[in-house]
Design a protein around this ligand. Structure first.
Ligand code: PMP
Ligand code: GLN
Length: 446
């Protein structure tokens, strides 16, 4: 089995949506609201379509091309066959079975009592948890500090809420020689401190980071926490890859640091946790005095998400609670499985002349492409950043899909980060092998 990008799902709807934007029928007035100006392009829509058009071997969009563990598939089937109630509405802010076990599970991790009814909101994937967070907490004139590289939706979500994004980049540590690990990418404490102003309402961090794989260390989190407390700022911590860390690296929740629970919203995803991205179950967790505002957005937009999927995730978390810390835990098995794939991909990339940055966490790896010297003659992409052009060339000419890393930087800093592309390694060995074959063949033909 080799995962090649396909045309179902996003590609079809992309065509329809675009057609309807172009065709205004007999309406002459401006149709769209100001809040969506400048955010109509989307990296996932664009590159998933292109990968599908060329049936490329797909190391682009981040999802496993293998099934979720059996116990959770069985739980879903059981939920579907479990009578009428699993097919009907459930509690708006989270199916009771799910919020109860999430609270129990994460109380143990965070080291405090989490209230299932007050401190958790279950959402349609981490995406909707993020959307509710920004809509609920950010007003016009508010500034939100975003650490780059960042998962691309943070910026449009801040903007749609009326806020202003203020960027601060993680950068390769100066004088550290070749950049070999995501741990070499660091924040400058002085630069970060300089971004806080009286208008700063929140900061967004993502650990383990997509696309870099950086896992913030305790000292780095303390530095961020001190600034949040000093300036009375909310911390939004996107931790969807929290179970995926390698080589003994520990994931630390910033919400567990002193003084941080009451000002932190932690975002999670069952899609990432149980290798079931299509289920779209996510959550926001934090103190009731913040969460109640997210619930206001949720109850007036989505109201609640699929009952059967929530029930299945609840069963999955109960199982993980029971086997936590043992070899039977999926939260141990998945990173162990991915560790091998990560080393394999890194070796392959090195052998064809790319310079991979080994991630400490997550399931992506970025690689420096600057010494490849490919002649990108395609005139249709000539005004685009170098990494976009390279990725398009790789899809069209070689049949391999990846993602350009400058997509994870702000317009201000994009230019400085055009020499990396992102590979996803949560893939079957056969898919990784197919990618390896493509890269090796190309390298041999040079
Ligand atoms: N945050 C990050 C960092 C992500 O990579 C993703 C993509 N899975 C999301 C949030 C959204 O997650 P979900 O699929 O659960 O909506
Ligand atoms: N989070 C996934 C990634 O980074 C996919 C996001 C999406 O498809 N919208 O690849």
């Amino acid at each position: 089995h080799v995962e090649r990008a396909t045309v179902d799902g996003p590609s079809l709807s992309f065509g329809l949506v675009n057609a309807s934007f172009r065709d205004k029928g007999n309406m002459s007035r401006k149709l769209h609201a100001r809040r969506i100006e400048g955010i109509d392009k989307n990296i996932w829509v664009e590159f998933s379509q292109l990968a599908a058009d060329y049936k490329a071997v797909n190391l682009g969009q981040g999802f496993p091309d293998f099934s979720p563990p059996h116990f959770i598939q069985e739980a879903f089937c059981k939920a579907l066959n479990g009578g009428f109630s699993k097919h009907q509405y459930t509690r708006a802010f989270g199916h009771p079975n799910l919020v109860k076990i999430l609270a129990k599970f994460f109380s143990r991790i965070v080291g405090r009592e989490i209230d299932p009814m007050e401190d958790i909101l279950v959402s349609v994937g981490a995406y909707q948890a993020l959307f509710c967070t920004f809509q609920a907490l950010i007003d016009e004139g508010d500034e939100v500090i975003i650490v780059e590289p960042f998962f691309d939706c943070y910026q449009p979500m801040v903007m749609m809420a009326g806020g202003t994004a203020i960027y601060v980049p993680l950068k390769p540590r100066e004088g550290c020689g070749p950049v070999l690990s995501s741990a070499d990418w660091v924040l400058s404490p002085e630069e970060l401190a300089s971004k806080f102003s009286p208008r700063t309402k929140a900061i967004v961090i993502n650990t383990p980071n997509n696309p870099l794989g950086k896992v913030y260390q305790q000292e780095e989190l303390h530095m961020i926490a001190d600034l949040c407390i000093k300036h009375d700022v909310i911390c939004i911590s996107d931790e969807v890859y929290e179970w995926l860390t390698y080589d003994g690296t520990k994931h630390v929740k910033i919400a567990s640091l002193p003084g941080m629970w009451e000002r932190t919203v932690t975002i999670g995803s069952a899609g990432k946790t149980f290798s079931a991205t299509g289920w779209k179950v996510g959550w926001a967790m934090g103190p009731g005095h913040i969460l109640k505002h997210l619930k206001t957005v949720h109850q007036n937009s989505v109201y609640h998400c699929a009952t059967a999927a929530q029930e299945a995730v609840a069963v999955g978390f109960q199982r993980e609670y029971d086997v936590f810390g043992t070899e039977g835990s999926y939260f141990q098995q998945l990173p162990k499985h991915l560790h091998e794939k990560r080393l394999r991909l890194a070796d392959c990339l090195k052998s064809v002349g790319l310079k991979p940055v080994l991630p400490q966490g997550g399931y992506f790896m970025i690689a420096d492409i600057s010494n490849l010297n490919v002649d990108l003659a395609d005139p249709s992409t000539k005004d685009e950043p170098y990494d976009y052009r390279f990725v398009k060339w790789l899809i069209k000419e070689k049949g391999l899909a990846t993602i350009p890393v400058s997509a994870f930087f702000s317009p201000e800093h994009k230019d400085e980060f055009q020499k990396y592309i992102r590979f996803c390694f949560v893939k079957e060995d056969s898919t990784l092998q197919a990618a390896e074959d493509i890269l090796r063949q190309w390298s041999d033909s040079k």
